[in-house]
Design a protein around this ligand. Structure first.
Ligand code: AMP
Ligand code: ZN
Ligand code: FE
Ligand code: FE
Length: 285
């Protein structure tokens, strides 16, 4: 059997390895295909694909978009949008502008609270990548305003804390449509973490998303147990969805998760990648 990993984060979002390093590591692990699925950006896709072509590994284009669901978030993966990357990139830039506005509010509030850091400090910390709250936390630790990363979140940055501000997010149907318009395939990420509302079932959520154009479900995932995986495979069958899987590898950032094998035992059949590629070639099927 050969295996793949269709959920990887690189330095283009919050992972610690570059897209090229992900390709190299996947080859070491003898995976037969990967997708780099950075949060809300496709900026790492070209490097991943170039490295895949050079080092001979199948690399699918990918992205993971956080969407608003009730007061919480759901993650939608997009795959195989070759050719539509530019359109997707432009639409995702709206999210970066939403972040810029949010980040300015965070700095303002932190300053009011006596934490003297600037937007420039945080941008330097992000080294050209999209600025996220972890960058604020790192700067706050380094300047000695807090003892550690978690204290920065607990006292200031976490949802409900004094320097928390929400950012612009798309609705699920909007993200799915964006992926489809780019010629890609929209997949529900880690269904285990869909925040169900009171009385709501995952089946109902999936049905709604299928009506909006969802084409797949990430049944294989580092933190799904066997029972959950079976449940999601069953849902895939019921709604005629493609099955995908991946580890959500972030490198040193979440070091317990390994590329290809997750917490150790995950095996995502390479057929998941092949099926996505076939679906891309013949979208009517
Ligand atoms: P952002 O996308 O800028 O809102 O930042 C989201 C990231 O912040 C997540 O991916 C986590 O890495 C981190 N994060 C969010 N909430 C917490 C929390 N309560 N404790 C620690 N880290 C958190
Ligand atoms: Zn991440
Ligand atoms: Fe996710
Ligand atoms: Fe992820």
């Amino acid at each position: 059997m050969s295996y793949c990993d269709l959920h990887l984060h690189s330095t283009h979002s919050d992972g610690s390895l570059t897209p090229r390093e992900l390709v190299q590591m996947a080859l070491q692990k003898k995976l037969s295909a990967i997708a780099v699925t950075d949060h809300d950006t496709v900026s790492g896709v070209a490097e991943a694909k170039a490295a895949g072509a050079e080092l001979q590994l199948t690399v699918l284009s990918g992205v993971e978009i956080s969407v608003e669901y009730g007061s919480k978030t759901v993650h939608v993966l997009g795959y195989c949008f070759e050719g539509g990357e530019q359109g997707l990139r432009e639409k995702l830039e709206i999210l970066v502008r939403g972040r810029d506005e949010r980040n300015a509010k965070i700095v303002g509030r932190l300053n009011e609270l006596g934490i003297g850091i600037t937007l420039e400090d945080v941008e330097a910390e992000a080294r050209g990548n999209v600025v996220g709250r972890p960058h604020f936390a790192n700067v706050m630790v380094r300047r000695g305003f807090v003892a550690d990363f978690q204290e920065a979140f607990d006292r200031f940055l976490a949802k409900g804390a004094p320097a928390y501000f929400d950012r612009l997010r798309f609705l699920p149907a909007h993200a799915i449509a964006m992926i489809q318009e780019a010629g890609g395939i929209a997949v529900l990420a880690h269904p285990k973490f869909v925040p169900l509302r009171e009385g709501e079932t995952l089946d109902e959520v999936v049905r709604t998303l299928v009506d909006a154009g969802l084409k797949g479900i990430e049944a294989y995932y580092s933190l799904h147990d066997d029972r959950e995986t079976r449940e999601y495979l069953e849902l895939a069958k019921r709604y005629g969805l493609l099955v995908t899987g991946g580890t959500d590898f972030h490198g040193a950032v979440k070091s317990e998760i390994l590329i290809g094998s997750g917490l150790g035992a995950l095996q995502v059949p390479a057929e998941c990648a092949s099926a996505l590629l076939r679906a891309k070639d013949s979208p009517a099927e």
